[in-house]
Design a protein around this ligand. Structure first.
Ligand SMILES: Nc1ncnc2c1ncn2[C@@H]1O[C@H](COP(=O)(O)OP(=O)(O)OP(=O)(O)O)[C@@H](O)[C@H]1O
Ligand SMILES: [Mg+2]
Length: 452
């Protein structure tokens, strides 16, 4: 293109190019508009687009065409002082040289004046600037001297300005999208932590309020058990003075009072242990980190869990397969809390396998698999059972406080949520579960080795 070729149609095309650049949603689209629409505006000259890679400190060739033929793309290090596009990028200025051999001294720059590697002819370069930083360079070149006029350079500058504002818009949109994502993440985190804090306070509050009346229930039910026993003994002493039917009636009432009080006491104690769990959960424990032999602790609590289960149900049995990584050295942990995690997981595993055994009888044998592994920064603990596993619909809820699928009275649903807190908050570790329903459930814990 030469200025004398600027026509009404050319200006319309430039205008159209500006609009298309503005419509580009991302950089590849923008480059495509430059290739398809901007480059033909300068037909007849070599057209190049470079983008600046700040990390590599290089101009990277994106487009290089001449008479509809693509030239191989090149990269120009910013240290290459013999390159005009590099000069343009470093100085953030456009240039027009109509006779490369004689005109470079006008640029008052030794590197250009002394450059001998450039082909003769005419060249115009213009930087694409966004927020005063260089995004890239567009150059037009012709082998003829005095090919470009001042107006050509102005047209190139206009195109570059249009492209620059389109790039700024794309960057801004990207940043806005990113900020919206970050904001949404922060909001979710905030809501979650507020919810947990509120839940913790509420739990502590409720538990505390219930504890006093519950103490009355438990103490008075114990007294009533004793009194009902004494009443029965007193009635026995009055045996001769009462009519048989009255005696039977009174004995029945005393017996009912006794068994009712026993039930009240039993369930009161159960409620008491739930309340204790809630308080423990809400209070959060601030125990000390101690050098801990994880393998030994785990083995001890697997054993304890197993015997605990056998004590409740002597018919229960489970095969324990273990693989302890002996290269694990002592690591800093809170052993008394970690042991609660192990016990919770073993209890859950035993519960699930026991249930499956009762259902499937001789066709099934419960297996508990315990593994530890020494990893680069963490140690990994896997506790797996071949029980009923966890249905997909339940998976996301298992770590929620009070979530339980056990029948009323058998589980508080606090085991896993407490364990999660102990691992994540106290040990800065991770805890997750993998399961195939009907086949297995595996809890995977990682604990960093260098806890301080
Ligand atoms: N090994 C497992 N196999 C199958 N389901 C499991 C297993 N571990 C946990 N679950 C599911 O996750 C739920 C929550 O477990 P969690 O230990 O928190 O409470 P819980 O065992 O029901 O009650 P608690 O531990 O307070 O006695 C369980 O009710 C059960 O549905
Ligand atoms: Mg449990």
């Amino acid at each position: 293109m030469r200025t004398r070729a600027i026509s009404e149609e050319w200006l319309r095309n430039l205008n159209e190019t500006g609009e298309q650049l503005n419509l580009a949603d991302n950089i590849p689209q923008l480059n495509e508009v430059i290739r398809k629409q901007a480059q033909p505006l300068f037909n007849g000259s070599r057209f190049q687009l470079y983008t600046l890679d700040n990390e590599k400190q290089k101009l990277i060739g994106i487009i290089d065409t001449e008479n509809n033929r693509d030239n191989p793309l090149v990269e120009l290090p910013l240290t290459r002082h013999d390159s005009l596009p590099v000069w343009c990028a470093v100085n953030k200025r456009s240039l027009l040289i109509n006779d490369i051999e004689v005109q470079t001294e006008n640029y008052n720059d030794d590197t250009i004046a002394n450059d001998i590697s450039r082909p003769s002819g005419s060249i115009a370069c213009c930087p694409l600037l966004t927020d005063n930083s260089v995004y890239g360079i567009i150059t037009i070149q012709n082998s003829q001297k005095n090919y470009f006029e001042r107006l050509d350079a102005l047209c190139l500058e206009t195109l570059c300005r249009m492209a620059s504002s389109a790039i700024s818009k794309i960057n801004l949109t990207e940043q806005t999208k990113q900020s919206v994502v970050e904001l949404e993440k922060a909001r979710t985190l905030l809501v979650e932590s507020e919810r947990m804090a509120a839940l913790g306070q509420l739990t502590a509050g409720i538990a505390h309020e219930i504890k006093n009346p519950l103490n009355f229930v438990n103490n008075f039910s114990e007294l009533t058990i004793e009194l009902a026993g004494e009443l029965s003994q007193a009635l026995d002493k009055l045996n001769n003075q009462l009519k048989t039917e009255d005696k039977t009636y009174l004995d029945e009432i005393a017996g009912d009072i006794y068994s009712n009080a026993l039930k009240i006491n039993e369930h009161g104690k159960r409620a008491d242990s739930i309340i204790k769990g809630m308080l423990l959960h809400a209070r959060g424990q601030h125990a000390e980190l101690l050098p801990t032999d994880i393998n030994a602790l785990l083995a001890e609590y697997v054993n304890l869990g197993y015997h605990g289960m056998r004590a409740q149900d002597p018919g229960f049995n489970i095969k324990i397969e273990s693989e302890y990584d002996q290269t694990i050295a002592m690591i800093n942990a809170i052993p008394q809390n970690l042991s609660r995690v192990f016990l919770n997981l073993i209890n859950n595993a035993c519960y699930s396998t026991n249930k499956k055994k009762i259902e499937l009888k001789d066709t099934y044998f419960p297996v508990l698999t315990i593994k530890t592994k020494n990893m680069t920064a963490d140690i990994e603990i896997r506790i797996r059972d071949n029980g009923f596993g966890i249905p997909q619909s339940v998976m996301e809820k298992v770590f929620n406080p009070f979530f339980t699928t056990k029948p009323p009275g058998q589980g508080t649903g606090l085991g896993l949520s407490l364990s999660y807190d102990i691992i994540a908050k106290e040990h800065h570790g991770t805890m997750r579960v993998e399961s195939v329903e009907g086949e297995y459930a595996e809890f995977i814990i990682t604990i960093p080795k260098n806890l301080k």
